[in-house]
Write a protein that binds this ligand. Structure first.
Ligand code: ZN
Length: 278
């Protein structure tokens, strides 16, 4: 019977993915995500429960509207599948814990950010904000549980007395993450003579800094995003899909690298550190 539970978890994740599709489509257009209910873009027919079973409806109807035969983008099913797999994978890795729930919320926001940035070159503050808040909340819970060892601390001797300052890892990570992107943006702007880093990228890196803390997890995450960005950028230029002057959004790299490090950090972080440190 265990497979039934996993199917349920997948369908729950996919149903949330279905809502993510609505948010990805409507939020940048400043439309309500609640009304009107989902409808076919072509004939306007309202989609019923039958059309909205995640992934399954898409496969059964071969991606077409039941009423007019209009073809829906395969991306709707892709987003649903990704969210379903995330729900399963996170539960498998972390078990039924608060940390698993928090990790899913962060990954879910990253999926939404990835596709909105891909479509509109906008990183919505709402979802960056949720990531930062969840990151700080997880850190506060850890501080309460473990006390001082969970904080960033430094001591300084003033005369005969040592003063130790304790700072929450999430806040140091937030400032450090945003600062690193600001610095990178500044360097790129000087080198290329044009602005190349959006404010949204800076905020997203800050939020991920709050989640990953100031350390090798964030460093690996950052290097992964930069390398992925370079590889995708070069590939797009080689395929002549983008020119040298075109802007390629960095948000999708920051989002995808975030999901990778959150899920597979135990494998990725030691691998990256072994290659990029002295
Ligand atoms: Zn239709």
């Amino acid at each position: 019977m265990e497979w039934l539970l996993w199917l349920l978890v997948f369908m729950l994740g996919a149903a949330l993915g279905s809502f993510a599709n609505v948010v990805i489509y409507r939020l940048p257009l400043a439309e309500s995500v609640v009304t009107p209910p989902s409808h076919c873009f072509s004939c306007g027919a309202r989609l019923t429960v039958l059309d909205l079973v995640p992934v399954l409806s898409y496969l059964l109807l071969r991606g077409r509207c039941r009423h007019c035969g209009h073809r829906f983008s395969a991306r709707y099913a892709l987003v649903e599948t990704v969210c379903g797999l995330l729900a399963m994978g996170i539960l498998l890795l972390l078990g039924p814990t608060w940390q698993a729930l928090a990790t899913f919320v962060i990954c879910y926001c990253l999926v939404i950010i990835l596709f909105i940035d891909l479509d509109h070159m906008i990183i919505p503050d709402e979802f960056v904000g949720i990531i930062a808040v969840v990151g700080v909340a997880l850190d506060v819970a850890e501080l309460v549980r473990r006390g001082a060892p969970a904080a960033v601390s430094f001591s300084e001797w003033v005369g005969p007395t040592a003063f130790t300052v304790y700072l929450p890892r999430s806040l140091v990570g937030l400032v450090g993450g945003a600062g690193l992107l600001l610095l990178l943006g500044f360097v790129f702007e000087k080198a290329l003579g044009k602005p190349s880093m959006g404010g949204g990228d800076v905020k997203l890196a800050g939020a991920m800094g709050a989640v990953l803390g100031p350390g090798y997890h964030f460093l690996s995450y950052f290097l992964l995003a930069v390398v992925a960005g370079a590889v995708v950028g070069v590939a797009l230029m080689a395929l002549r899909l983008r020119g040298r002057r075109d802007y390629i959004p960095f948000g999708p790299m920051l989002a995808a690298a975030g999901i990778a490090v959150l899920l597979f950090g135990d494998t990725i972080v030691p691998w990256v550190i072994a290659r990029f440190t002295l």
